[in-house]
Design a protein around this ligand. Structure first.
Ligand SMILES: [Zn+2]
Length: 500
């Protein structure tokens, strides 16, 4: 409710005067009324300037409004860690920064560093001002080193390019605690000033919207020079009212038409299953970016990466990659967690195995490889509990934490799914509960008790014991427990009709 109306409504019953007199009184008094003002939320608008594909740098302007009164301006500069580590820089990549006030006068600032995970980010400090503009250049001088050899590398080349938010955007540093920094809601918009020949596939070029800085870190886009669009845009279409497209950012890689047909049909099948449950993904067509590497995919807000497609793929690893990364659009990107660093990858790992198998795009041995893995002798996978907060910053450190989070996390999701299905005689599943949960928390993050309460209420059971035994304690889930749960799900048809 508007503050002015609220106070005037409260005042009116006090005056027993002719209508005209009341009007005159209010009109004459209005200038002297001092009405309390609600503080307005801060907003950040980003402009990314990419004039041509021949440059190896981009210019970013951030318009800040309604910075919280009394607080100095604090911004984290790229590259920024947000669960997934950015690559180590080779030379200076963030440069020529300046902070301006609303009259375009430079504001002096200083910087220090902030370490999260294995990444040291710069923090820019400037005196308080309600409105400010920050400008800087970003050069993409990255290379994948041994530790992160599998991570996609941002670049702008002659014909194609690849952008990722964690390398591009400064973000406000309002909060303490890693999860709060990335996941507390703050509305952000990004627009792109592109040269005539530069086309973007991922974020909307006009106004891409993000509800948290975590979403912004996972802004993912391919760039194509206009002259290569016809060869690099591999396919596009609609499934379940969801528009999609696929872009190849490696001009040296080609894929046969039969292979592309297979990949597109797999993706359509997955969308036909997912979209009615989780809802349409807002914004431009959801974009698959391939040509990144041969090993992994990487999730994103409006686009995601899929490893290169292969003719010889009997186990359906491409379908698994597509399922895993598109599920992340809801699980982890649009909805996040504050307390369970395993939830994003563990849940997605389980659904990324179940959905392709259920839809005939994968095989049973591929599923059992993860869901029945004993994790025996895997070192740190047995050392840490899934809920250990340290996991968030060492997930991809090469200490075998991925085995724990993706493997045991998927197994915990399997146990939850089995318990929910059995207590509801198959009427409710983990996916059906998630479909409601994710809509309720869209653009937000949740705490453990909110998730567990949701599972208990909708699943007509108590899943607390699964969390206390297998999430909060280290060590593998006994093989007999895994086998029992898997067989129960298999015989109930959770993995489809074909038992192979
Ligand atoms: Zn993932």
């Amino acid at each position: 409710m508007n503050w002015n109306k609220k106070i005037l409504n409260a005042l009116c019953p006090l005056f027993i005067l002719p209508v005209l007199a009341i009007s005159l009184f209010l009109v004459s008094c209005e200038p002297s009324l001092t009405l309390p003002q609600e503080p307005q939320d801060p907003t950040l608008q980003y402009e990314v300037h990419i004039p041509t594909m021949s440059l190896d740098s981009v210019f970013v302007r951030v318009k800040i409004d309604n910075w919280p009164k009394g607080d100095s301006i604090r911004l984290l500069a790229p590259p920024i860690y947000a669960d997934n580590p950015p690559l180590v820089q080779t030379g200076q990549n963030f440069c020529h920064a300046q902070v301006l006030d609303s009259l375009n006068n430079p504001i002096p600032f200083h910087s220090d560093s902030f370490v999260v995970g294995e990444i040291k980010s710069l923090v820019i400090h400037a005196p308080y001002t309600k409105k400010a503009i920050v400008e800087y250049y970003v050069k993409f001088n990255y290379k994948a080193d041994d530790a992160y050899y599998y991570m996609p590398v941002p670049f702008i080349g002659e014909h194609t390019g690849y952008l990722q938010g964690s390398y591009l955007f400064m973000i406000p540093y309002f909060f303490s605690g890693t999860a709060h920094i990335w996941r507390d809601p703050i509305p952000l918009t990004v627009s792109y000033a592109l040269g005539n020949e530069v086309k973007i596939f991922g974020d909307s070029p006009n106004k891409a919207e993000f509800a948290t800085t975590y979403q912004l870190m996972f802004s993912t886009s391919a760039l194509l020079k206009q002259s290569v669009v016809s060869t690099q845009l591999l396919f596009e279409g609609t499934a379940a009212n969801q528009k999609y497209r696929c872009v190849n950012i490696d001009v040296n890689k080609t894929f046969s038409q039969p292979l592309l047909n297979t990949v597109e049909n797999s993706f359509k099948t997955l969308l036909d299953d997912l979209i009615p449950k989780f809802g349409t993904l807002s914004g431009p067509p959801v974009t698959i970016i391939t040509g990144i590497n041969n090993k992994i995919g990487l999730e994103g807000m409006y686009a995601f990466n899929c490893k290169d497609f292969h003719e010889n793929d009997p186990n359906g690893t491409t379908a698994i990659c597509l399922a895993h990364e598109v599920v992340h659009a809801w699980v982890g990107i649009r909805v996040g967690d504050y307390q369970d660093p395993w939830w994003k990858e563990g849940t997605t790992s389980y659904l990324g195995l179940l959905l392709p198998k259920k839809n005939g795009l994968s095989t049973l041995p591929t599923v059992t490889n993860t869901l029945l893995d004993s994790l025996a002798g895997t070192g740190n996978a047995s050392t840490y509990a899934l809920s250990d907060p340290v996991i968030r910053s060492i997930l991809f450190s090469g200490k075998d934490i991925g085995h724990l989070v993706y493997g045991k996390g998927a197994q915990v999701s399997m146990l939850l799914d089995r318990k929910i299905r059995e207590s509801t005689k198959g009427a409710v599943t983990l996916i059906s509960i998630l479909s409601e949960f994710l809509k309720e928390f869209d653009g937000k993050s949740f705490y453990r008790n909110e998730y567990v309460t949701y599972l208990n209420t909708k699943g007509l059971c108590d899943v607390s014991d699964i969390f206390s035994t297998y999430v909060d304690r280290p060590g593998p889930i006994p093989a007999s427990v895994l086998r029992d749960n898997f067989n129960a799900l298999l015989s109930s048809g959770a993995f489809g009709d074909t038992l192979q």
